[in-house]
Design a binder for this molecule. Structure first.
Ligand code: FNR
Length: 363
C-alpha cells in the first residue's frame, strides 16, 4: 500500500514524501518592488519538510497583479529574491515549485497607475480586489470592469508566461506550476461566463482552451514538460466562475497528457463552499492524464491515503494546515496534535501568524 510518506517523482524531480504544501498567498513581499524578502525566506525554510512546496501565486507581469504585496517573477530583483528562497529550501533538503500567476480581472486600477485590469472579455467581476488601504492594511475594493486583451496582447501574455518560467528556472525552482484555477486569467479564458470572445480564443471548448494551452506550451518551451504542471479547479465557484466545467477539465487533461506535462494539480472546491469531487470524475481524470495528479482542498491524512491507495491521486497538498504547522509532515507521521491557523493573519502583516507558529519540540 502506498502511503503519504512514500517517495514520489514528478518528472525527474524526486520528492521525499507526498505531503505537499499548497500555494498560499500571504501578501508579505517588499512593497513597491514585490520582491521576496528575508521573512519570506524564513517562512519557506521552516516548511521545507514538505515533499514539495508550491510557492504562493507569483505574478508574471505588473498587470498580472491583483492583491497587495504579492511577489512577482518578472524583474531581476525578484529572481534574486526567489533565489534566496530556493537556496534556503534546498539547504534543508526540500523541493519548491513556483506558482506563476496572472489574476486577469480580479484586480484593481490602483495596482496599475489607474489603468484597467485585463481579461478575456470586458465583462465585470462583481467582487472585490484586495488593495492597500491608507493605513497600509489590506482593503477590499470593487473590481472595475476589465478591458479585453487584443490578439497581440494575448501573444505578449503568453511571452510573459515563457519569461516567468525561464526566471523560475534561473531562480532555482525545481518545477513550475501555472495557476489555471480559481477564476484568474487562465480560468477567465476557459469559462463561457467570462469569455465572450468571437475570435479564435472564444466560443468552442477548443477555442477557449487555446490561450491556456499556449501559455502551457510557452512554459514547456522555456524549460521542458518534465518541469511544468498546472493547477485547475473544476466544479468550483471561485471568483464568480461556476459553469459546468467537467468536460473542459477532461479536454484539458487530455491536451496536457499529449504534451507529457509533469503534473496536474486539482484544487477541489469543497473547502470554499463547493461540492465534493466524486470518484467517478477522479477516475475519468486519471484515465485522461498520464502524469502525476495532486489533490488539494480540505484534505485529511485519511482522505489522502484513501485516494492514493485507490490510485486516484499521487500526492496531496495541504494549505491551511501548513500555515499553522511548519513541520506538518512530521506531525502527520507521528500523530502529533496540530496548531490551529489564525485567519486574521493570513494576508499581509509581518512575522506574527507567519513565521511564529511553533514546530514540535526537538527530541
Ligand atoms: C489559498 N489558496 C491559493 N490557491 C492558489 O492556487 N494560489 C494561491 O496563491 C492561493 N492562496 C491562498 C491563500 C490562503 C490564505 C488560503 C487559505 C488559500 C488555496 C489553497 O492552495 C488551497 O487549495 C486551500 O487552502 C484548500 O486547502 P486546505 O487549506 O483545506 O488544505
Amino acid at each position: 500500500m502506498t502511503s503519504l510518506f512514500d517517495p514520489l517523482s514528478i518528472g525527474t524531480t524526486p520528492l521525499a514524501n507526498r505531503v505537499l504544501m499548497a500555494p498560499l498567498t500571504r501578501m508579505r513581499a517588499t512593497p513597491g518592488i514585490d520582491v521576496p524578502n528575508d521573512l519570506i525566506v524564513e517562512y519557506y525554510r521552516q516548511r521545507a519538510g514538505a515533499g514539495l512546496i508550491f510557492s504562493e501565486g507569483t505574478q508574471i507581469s505588473p498587470i498580472g497583479k491583483g492583491y497587495m504585496d504579492t511577489p512577482g517573477i518578472y524583474s531581476a530583483e525578484q529572481v534574486e529574491g526567489w533565489r534566496k528562497v530556493t537556496d534556503a529550501v534546498h539547504a534543508e533538503g526540500g523541493r519548491i515549485a513556483a506558482q506563476i500567476w496572472h489574476v486577469g480581472r480580479v484586480s484593481h486600477e490602483s495596482f496599475h497607475d489607474g489603468a484597467l485590469p485585463v481579461s478575456a472579455s470586458a465583462l465585470p467581476y462583481r467582487n472585490r480586489a484586495t488593495i492597500k488601504g491608507e493605513d497600509g492594511q489590506p482593503l477590499r475594493a470593487n473590481c472595475p470592469t476589465p478591458r479585453a486583451l487584443s490578439v497581440e496582447e494575448i501573444a505578449e501574455t503568453v511571452e510573459d508566461y515563457r519569461r516567468a518560467t525561464a526566471n523560475a528556472r534561473e531562480a532555482g525552482f525545481d518545477l513550475v506550476e501555472l495557476h489555471g484555477a480559481h477564476g484568474y486569467l487562465i480560468h477567465q479564458f476557459l469559462s463561457e461566463q467570462s469569455n465572450h470572445r468571437t475570435d479564435e480564443y472564444g466560443g468552442s471548448q477548443e477555442n477557449r482552451a487555446r490561450f491556456p494551452l499556449a501559455a502551457v506550451d510557452a512554459a514547456i518551451d522555456a524549460w521542458d514538460a518534465e518541469h511544468v504542471g498546472i493547477r485547475i479547479s473544476p466544479q468550483g465557484s471561485f471568483n464568480g466562475l461556476d459553469d459546468d466545467d467537467l468536460p473542459m477539465a477532461l479536454h484539458l487533461a487530455a491536451e496536457f497528457s499529449r504534451r507529457n506535462l509533469a503534473f496536474l494539480h486539482l484544487s477541489e472546491p469543497d473547502w470554499a463552499g463547493g461540492p465534493v469531487i466524486d470518484d467517478e470524475f477522479r477516475t475519468q481524470l486519471r484515465a485522461a492524464f498520464n502524469g502525476v495528479i495532486v489533490g488539494a482542498g480540505n484534505y485529511t491524512t485519511d482522505k489522502a491515503e484513501r485516494l492514493i491507495t485507490a490510485g486516484l491521486i499521487d500526492a496531496a497538498a495541504f494549505g491551511r494546515p501548513f500555515i499553522a504547522n511548519p513541520d506538518l509532515p512530521e506531525r502527520f507521521r507521528t500523530g502529533a496534535a496540530l496548531n490551529e491557523p489564525n485567519g486574521a493573519t493570513f494576508y499581509g502583516g509581518g512575522a506574527e501568524g507567519y513565521t511564529d507558529y511553533p514546530a514540535l519540540a526537538a527530541g
